[in-house]
Design a protein around this ligand. Structure first.
Ligand SMILES: NC(=O)c1ccc[n+]([C@@H]2O[C@H](COP(=O)([O-])OP(=O)(O)OC[C@H]3O[C@@H](n4cnc5c(N)ncnc54)[C@H](O)[C@@H]3O)[C@@H](O)[C@H]2O)c1
Length: 252
């Protein structure tokens, strides 16, 4: 799908990858709707890209509806809903986090995607056109040994994307699941000290946003920004036990 003149909602676009995508998508001619928990981020990015925005918690279904209503009032029907907001850590190696962390990760990495699909699918199906994109993670194809809640809920995000694609592709709905590796956004910069090897090898969000535009154009289901995603899938399919042994090696 070409982004020119498309109405695109990007969640988590008050910073990080969502902000980079808001800039890049607007440069492609999209009408971008900004939403994030962070009001200052929403204001900054909306003003910069000439879009509209709403600061809200996307894990509350009524708030998802409010964002959709804003988009419709400002621009008309929504063409693309990019469910991108996410959160990670802090986590300790081997920690099985408390229940509240599991519930919060489930709400953000799964239910926010469910609420969005429930909100926009009826109009998309009526038109026989529309695009749902979910940001999961490379961790949704592999596993992060230090991050139980993040790993499990990102796996669930991949599964929901698969379900959407399998169920609705034949009815004109495009679905993509984005599984990026490390990116130089506040999520990573807040977790690792300057100079850490993870930061040295991380992708720049502007570059990733460019890759996403190309992938949306191809309407590819699985979007990965490095060979690591494909390698994880291959390793699991080839020898699950060998993959478990190798994946158990703690990350740096
Ligand atoms: N940075 C990485 O290395 C990395 C790697 C793989 C996947 N991801 C995923 O990419 C996506 C974008 O992350 P990022 O790297 O830009 O992180 P980020 O922390 O820089 O940005 C995420 C944005 O989401 C917003 N957000 C969080 N919870 C929200 C909520 N309940 N309602 C509304 N907004 C909320 C935050 O305020 C923030 O602006 C996330 O889904 C993340 O899990 C990131």
């Amino acid at each position: 799908m070409k982004l020119q003149d498309r109405v695109v909602v990007i969640t988590g676009s008050g910073g990080g990858l969502g902000e980079a995508c808001a800039h890049r998508f607007a440069a492609e001619g999209a009408k971008v709707v900004i939403t994030d928990l962070d009001p200052a981020g929403v204001e900054r990015v909306s003003a910069a890209v000439g879009g509209v925005g709403l600061a809200t918690d996307i894990t509350v279904e009524g708030n998802v509806r409010a964002v959709a209503d804003l988009a419709r009032r400002a621009y008309g029907e929504i063409d693309i809903w990019f469910s991108n907001a996410g959160a990670s850590g802090p986590d300790q190696p081997g920690e099985i986090q408390e229940n509240a962390r599991w519930a919060a990760a489930w709400e953000l990495h799964v239910m926010a995607h469910v609420y969005a699909a429930r909100e926009v699918l009826p109009a998309m199906l009526a038109r026989g056109d529309g695009y749902l994109i979910q940001t999961a993670s490379l961790v949704g194809l592999a596993v992060h040994p230090h991050k139980a809640t993040y790993s499990v809920t990102k796996h669930a995000a991949v599964a929901f994307s698969e379900w959407l694609a399998i169920t609705y592709r034949g009815r004109g709905i495009k679905v993509s699941c984005f599984c990026p590796g490390a990116m130089l956004t506040p999520m990573l910069l807040d977790e690792f000290p300057a100079g850490h090897p993870v930061l040295r090898n991380a992708a720049r969000p502007d570059d990733v946003a460019g890759q996403l535009v190309a992938a949306i154009d191809r309407e590819a289901f699985l979007i990965v920004d490095s060979p690591a995603g494909q390698q994880a899938l291959q390793a699991r399919a080839t020898d699950f036990d060998a993959w478990i042994d190798q994946a158990a090696t703690p990350l740096p």
